[in-house]
Design a protein around this ligand. Sequence first.
Ligand SMILES: Nc1ncnc2c1ncn2[C@@H]1O[C@H](COP(=O)(O)OP(=O)(O)OP(=O)(O)O)[C@@H](O)[C@H]1O
Ligand SMILES: [Mg+2]
Length: 246
Amino acid sequence: MISYKNVSMEYPESGKVLDNLNFNIEKGEFFVIVGPSGSGKTTSLKLINRLIEQTDGDIFFNNKKLKDYNLRELRLKIGYVLQEIALFPNLTVFENISLIPEMKKMDREIIDEKIDFLLNKVGLEPNKYKDRFPEELSGGEKQRVGILRAIISGPEILLMDEPFSALDPISRINLQDLIKELHDEYKITTVFVTHDMSEAIKLADRICFMKEGKVIQIATPEEIVKNPENKFVSKFLGNESEIGYE
Ligand SMILES: Nc1ncnc2c1ncn2[C@@H]1O[C@H](COP(=O)(O)OP(=O)(O)OP(=O)(O)O)[C@@H](O)[C@H]1O
Ligand SMILES: [Mg+2]
């Protein structure tokens, strides 16, 4: 569904930050990109919704080059959730979630129903939460709203960049469970970035391990645990502090 073909990215200031990426992400797959800070995870993700453009190679989405899509049309097919909560501060929870369905001219009544349904699903009682503003929510609640906003209009791809890294451990586990449940139910093709190997192992159909702009290994969680490609992956699996990360 998404194919990276000889994709490289070079910045004048930082040189080559992605080095000849070649891999496919399958329809319905939960694909997790893992690696240390600066390995190129965010850059790889941003290429998909064309926030930035690679300097070499191409990315195909349903066999068509990303750059041949109308940008607006492409973005409407993609839901995006970031680490920094990017809700509109001056809009209520309801207004934040209904923004894209309204742009897509979805029926108002259907939007209302769907928002109630989804808020209940993520444990936010609609009557209590719909009219609140983002500043009246906790971090975990904001991320729940961010996730609903990204999935409500049925995107073909869901991109998530360290969406839970600012949360406390309990909220983090709850939201991991939630996103897994939502994925099992809706099977949205998901590309999820994290530097937390245990999160990757818990969520992924396949893990893509990156280091210094290169893909080191792509494998299922079971395979990567059993047969890490090299010492670096192995240390990352076992004890991140050993390799001086953070
Ligand atoms: N706009 C930019 N201009 C120049 N260099 C950049 C730019 N954006 C990212 N880089 C460089 O590209 C490399 C990869 O960055 P990227 O943000 O993709 O890493 P990451 O794996 O997401 O790291 P982290 O885990 O810290 O978020 C880094 O060395 C970074 O300094
Ligand atoms: Mg990043």
